[in-house]
Every structure is written in C-alpha cells, then in structure tokens.
Design a protein around this ligand. Sequence first.
Ligand SMILES: [Zn+2]
Length: 440
Amino acid sequence: MLNIRRFVERLVFTLKTKGVVGFILRVATLIKRFDFSGNKMKEAVLTIEQLGKKYKYRPAVIVPALVLKRHHRLLNSLSGASLECAIHGYTHKNFKPLGLDEQVSEIRKAKGVFEQLQIHPYGFRAPYLSWNGHTGQAVQRNNLLWESNETFIWNGFKKSHLSKLRHFMEKAISVLYNPLDAPKSVVIPRLQGEIVCIPIALPDDEILIDRLGFKDSSTISGLWTEILECTHRRGDIFVLQLHPERLPICREAMEGLLDKALNSEQDIWVTGMKEVAQWWKEKGRFEFAFEAAGKGWRVHCQCTDRAVILGRNLSGKASQAAFYRDYRVIEERDFLVESENRKPCIAVHPQCSQELLKFLGDEGFPYEVSDNSAGYSLFLKDYETFGRKNELDLLNKIEESPNPIVRYWLWPDAQRSAFVTSHDLDCVTLTDFLLRLFGR
Ligand SMILES: [Zn+2]
C-alpha cells in the first residue's frame, strides 16, 4: 500500500538533499534519462557490461532489492559473471537515522530477495551514501564481504579554479556528504572486523552534472583523470561512482579512464569491488617473522605469490629502482637485513590506540606492541588517539626514519594503485522513480 506520509517524508528528504533547484532539475532530466519500458537503463547496463568485458574487469552495479525484483528479467546480465551485483538497500531508504537492528533487518531482507533470484551479493552501499556508526556492523552481521560508503573529495576543491565546484563542495560538506579531503587523507580500503570498507571518490557524475551543471565530457574527463593520476602517484584506490542514467554523458570519460589506467604505465590495477575486498583480506593475513642472525635479522615472509614486498634503507638493495617513494622491491621471500640491534619492524607503545595498529596493518607494516624504544627501527608513542587526520603524518614519520623498514605493498602483482567502477542503479523506469517517493 502506498503511504502518503512516507511520500511527504521522502519529498522533504529529497528536497533537503538535492535542494529545490536540484530537485526541479532532476525531474526535468529524469524524463530525458528514463522511460516507462526500462529500455534506456537496460542499454546503459549492457554498455557497462561491455566495457567491463573490453577492459577485463567486473563493474559493480549496486541496486535496491525491490528494483532488482521488479526488473530482474530485463536486467538479466546482473546475474551473470560479467557484472557484480551488490545491495543498495531493500528500498532506496535513508540509513542515517536507523539503529543497528533496523539496518541489519533492511540488509537481510534485501539479501533474501537477491538470493531468491539466484544472485549472491557480496557487498553493500547505503542509499544516498547515508551510513552511520552501525552500518559496518550491520553489513558484517549479514555475512557480506564489503561495504562502500565513506567518501573522499578530490581535485583539491578548496583551491579549484572551478569556483562552482569550490562553493558547492563547501556547502555539501556541511550539509550532506561529509566527505574527507582526499589530498590530506590516505584513500585505501580498510579492514573492519571481517568487512572490507572501500572508499568512494567524489565528485561523482551526480555532483558534476546535476548539481554543478557540467555537461561537456571533456571537463568531466579532465577532473576524473586528475583523480586517476593522483591515486596512481599515491598508491591509493579510485572508486568511480557513475549512475547508469548518466552513462550517455559520461561514457567517453569512463572509457578514457579505463584506457589510461590499462594502457599508460600498466601498473594501475583495474578490477572489481569483490576482487579488491578479497585481496585486502588476503593481504591482511600476510605476516613477517624476524629472527636474529649475526649482525642483522633474517626476515621470513608469510604471504601468497601475489604479494609485493618492499623495503627502505636496506643495504644491498640500493641498486634496484625505487617502486614507490624510496621503497624498493625485494624479490626474495626469505632474506637478511643488516641492522645491528634494531629489528626492522615498528614498535608501538602499549598505550597507543587500536586504530593506529589497524592502520599499520592496512598499510602492510609489521609491528609489535612494546615499550622497548631502542630495539626496533621505529618506536611510536603518544598516539592515545589516532584517526584519519593523523595518517599522512604517520606515513611521513615512517619515511623519515633512517633505519631499515620492510612492508607489504597495498596492491597485488606489482600494481601501484587500483581503479574500480561502481554504478548505483537507483531506478530502472520512471515508475520506479515515482514508487521511490513512496518508499517502495
Ligand atoms: Zn542511490
């Protein structure tokens, strides 16, 4: 049964999140982008699938369960092997005000619909990117592998020559998205319990086209290429968010990114969300074992063949080309590090935050909790609290150390950074859009 109160609530929410002008614009463009048959969206999804095949990766299409149920015949490629189909709520509902139990139950209902349609979902993204502190736990309770909700804004928007982008993002930060400033952050996946949290890059197609009014493909392509280059330089991940309804405007930009990622340096990993999450968990199980040996330490790497082992300040390795900053690749899985008394590993004072330990783990550094300040290559203390804003400083501190340090690199198979495309499929037909206003 359609519910009028729900309709009014939804309308208010939509107006609040998109603004009045944004909302009117949205209605006008909806008529251009959608139809009642769903054929336009079917074509967009097929194009995304073809791009995935051409560039040899699985794009993620993220869809509300009820939309999937209504259109699974039309969107039959979603259940195939060439796309990853992930959960975007049971309906396109705001998750921000929901408690843990409600979120668990929304995701469980959605998962049930997927499974009835013989689609096994691995990931979740909240509608409107509206997550809160319970979302990770709710995803974990549903035994999924990944969630993708945290946003990072690129393009140094505060300094952007595009004043529209600058003003919009200043407003958006305080009102809706609350993204972190990518140039001041470390943009990589994070292991939270059993779940891999994969960040999203902004500005996405919706911000650029509907909110800022950029229509020409070359501006969009320019902004996104800048993100690709920054993430490549820094070893970060670039998760592009592109709604299928704007594919006709953004196809060229998306294909340009894929071309650049695969054909320029050959060291950007073009892959899917599930593959990123599986790798991150695989990497999370890697370990180093250190054994005192004469004037140094024998290092045993417990890892898979896909691992890339890096070291800095290691004598005998200086002849190798630097892989990232001054880190050089170590080919052996068992090697000697010359280092008189210091174990080539990071010591963390027992009073330091657990968040610091998690971050070192995600970054692939070996660490031990110890108050022995002299026995290790680096000793960290005074981090009773640790958060996103401390991460870059910490990496700089590690890189200022004159002592030998080893680590696992963030990406497999000697790739320097990662690139993923994700596509929130909110509606297939105009009818879906109307039903969404009623919370269906
Ligand atoms: Zn959505």
